[in-house]
Design a protein around this ligand. Structure first.
Ligand code: 5GP
Length: 214
């Protein structure tokens, strides 16, 4: 298992038996096809996912539904399926979502059927979701998923990233920071922690994890 220069991948839960220092999945998780990437808002999860889409197009990434409005450059069906509240609530009530959560005033959920089909084929899949969603997936999948937490290099860096994006009004940034504080405290619930010092490094580590996770 390779460790990136600077050793910026480490096991969050060495107590579960994995040696610290590499982006390797704990033995108990090595047979699962599903990898869940979570971490605080603004840490760069979606940038990592965009890079994964670019450098490893063979990795299937679930496309969530959301009631958030598209940001510039986002394409319906690529980053998200953008739906209104009514359609989201209909999907949730019909059981079409594996998990869903409200985040900073918008709803986000994972469509169940495309993921089920993919897993039934025995193929590796990736979810990028918030902590509430990750907990629901843990409930639903038990040990059949590998949970990866993406950490910022520092709190100051996370604040800089959340403030610097410039796409959200100040009260939304404030709400996101409050959620981020809580999310950072949940790091111990995850199987592996990756520190987002470089998108390329994290992307490489994710590919290694996803490929060793089967
Ligand atoms: P953003 O609005 O920045 O794209 O996403 C806000 C948060 O929602 C991020 O933490 C992202 O990981 C999370 N998110 C995206 N899709 C889903 C989903 O399907 N379910 C849940 N629970 N969270 C999601």
């Amino acid at each position: 298992m390779t460790v990136s220069p600077g050793g910026n991948a480490r096991e969050a839960v060495a107590a579960r038996g994995a040696a610290p220092g590499g982006a390797s999945a704990p033995a108990a998780r090595r047979n699962s096809r599903l990898t869940v990437l979570s971490g605080p808002s603004g840490v760069g999860k979606s940038t990592v996912v965009a890079e994964l889409r670019r450098c490893s197009p063979d990795i299937w990434i679930s496309v969530s539904v959301t009631t958030r409005r598209p940001r510039p450059g986002e394409v319906n069906g690529r980053e998200y399926y953008f739906v209104d509240d009514r359609e989201f609530d209909r999907m949730a009530a019909a059981g079409d979502l594996l998990e869903w959560a409200e985040f900073a005033g918008n709803k986000y959920g994972t469509p169940r059927e495309p993921l089920r089909r993919r897993l039934a084929e025995g193929l590796p899949t990736l979810l990028e979701i918030d902590l509430t969603g990750a907990r629901q997936v843990r409930e639903a999948m038990k040990d059949d998923a590998l949970f990866v937490f993406l950490e910022p290099p520092s709190w100051e860096e996370l604040v800089r990233r959340l403030t610097g994006r410039g796409t959200e009004p100040p009260e939304v940034v404030e709400r996101r920071l409050a959620v981020a504080r809580e999310e950072l405290a949940a790091v111990g619930e995850f199987d592996v922690t990756l520190v987002n010092t470089s998108v390329e490094d994290v992307c490489r580590q994710m590919v290694t994890l996803i490929n060793s996770n089967q």
